[in-house]
Design a protein around this ligand. Sequence first.
Ligand SMILES: Cc1ncc(COP(=O)(O)O)c(C=O)c1O
Length: 411
Amino acid sequence: MVKIELFEVDHWILSQSSDIKHNLAHSYCLPKSLSDVQQQAGSSETGTDVFSPVLSKALDYGPMKGSEALRSKISHLYSSESSSSFSTEKIITTPGASLANFVVLFALVGPGDHVIVQYPTYQQLYAVPASIGADVSLWKSSQEENWKLDMEELEKLIRPNTKMIIINNPQNPTGAIISKQTLEQIVQTARKHSITVFSDEVYRPLFHTVSPVDPEYPPPILSMGYDNTIATSSLSKAYSLAGLRIGWIASHNPKVIDLCVNVRSYALITASQVDEHLASFVLGPPVRQLIEGNQTLTKENLNIVQSFIDKNRSICEWARPEGGPIGFIRFVRSGRPVDDVILCTQLLEKKGLLLVPGRKCFGDGINFSGYVRLGFGGDTEDLIGGLGALQSFLDHDFREIPVYPGAADKY
Ligand SMILES: Cc1ncc(COP(=O)(O)O)c(C=O)c1O
């Protein structure tokens, strides 16, 4: 028996063997070295200074919830966006947000539970609860509605055994954000039914349409005054450091933290002391410049992709991303979605451009034919090169891509 379905995005990327000249399948901001981070921050510490505390440290397992120094930096991220301070007791570290999500779901969801998951989203967030035996309802959104969530629909999905509402803000693959008002409504509904809200916030704080001074700026789920909330995040996306493999789980609810610590012990005992030390350095003084740099980069790159879409508007469209370094573009011919898997396969074969096909990688809960996910958080010259290859394909080869059989004009 297959216990868990194939993780399609990773499988797709892994199985593409042709030469990749332009990789726009990623979902992170331009990866950085620790020296880049230091230089960008104008840090006076040298590389040796950053590493020296771990060079002389005896590498035992370290603290069972993660290093105090790192958890204190993470707690500062939350305190700076909330009216009250956020204690380190509410945080545990993990290697990346994927393990954070896994731990939360494994610790809190079981057979007989029902979970509601915002959709489309990262496959892990619905495939893992389903693999544990939970009933999963997808809370669907559409491009026509700018991927906005319908609160009446949420009420209809709630059952007596609904344990958790799972959201992803900003969202993969669309770059849509959940507004403050909608977050408040979600929390209100969850509170009424005693449901936990779990928010994967791995793309925070990359917002393109709102800034922290706007009244509609989406707050972290943990600052919304409801204890049964859980957030996960990591340094992989907005912080450019996927290779550090540092993420975290945060919650006001001590029972949630205890249950997650227990699963964390089974899964990894503790995280790498070296990674935690380096992550703690990054979340110190360098963090502001790092985030500001990535906000500027993604906004500029987003405008470049928008110009490309405007130029080709008879064959492609999107709901412009409001956050994160990714967008979901639909390719159509005579109003009908094309076969996105053939499109992506041929783009790679003929132009060396790697993209992610929507129908294959984001499930069949909605008809995603014609959609591709494009990452625009990388180097601007690489993005321009990739879009040039895409343009050349659209000009010469696109007419050969079949419409996907059975796809409706509009879903
Ligand atoms: C929504 C979402 N959550 C979690 C992850 C996993 O990130 P990490 O590298 O921190 O494990 C990803 C990676 O693409 C993601 O898109």
